[in-house]
Design a protein around this ligand. Structure first.
Ligand SMILES: [Zn+2]
Length: 91
């Protein structure tokens, strides 16, 4: 009787189909993780680029390149020039 029991078969646990499925799932999992890591790395680069753009765009006067004080941005968020250049441009 015991010989007919499929669970007594020593090859049952190392069934080929089951191993293939495990490997495929593992590879799929690793691919997704690699894609997530790649996306995260790209996101960090995008964030750095945006910060750099924002820094160049908003922290320095477009005319003389001097840094514009944060207080000025609180009053004029769209400020592109420092106070001195703004005054000169308005003359
Ligand atoms: Zn300026």
């Amino acid at each position: 009787m015991k010989k007919d029991d499929p669970f007594s078969d020593p090859d049952h646990t190392s069934d080929n189909a089951a191993v293939d499925t495990d490997v495929r799932e593992q590879v799929g999992h690793e691919t997704v993780e690699a894609e997530i890591k790649d996306l995260q790395r790209r996101l960090i680069n995008i964030e750095l680029a945006l910060k750099k753009i924002a820094k160049d765009r908003y922290e320095n006067c477009e005319k003389c390149g001097q840094s514009i004080p944060l207080a000025r941005f609180k009053l004029v968020p769209e400020a592109r020039f420092c106070v001195d250049c703004e005054k000169k441009l308005r003359k």
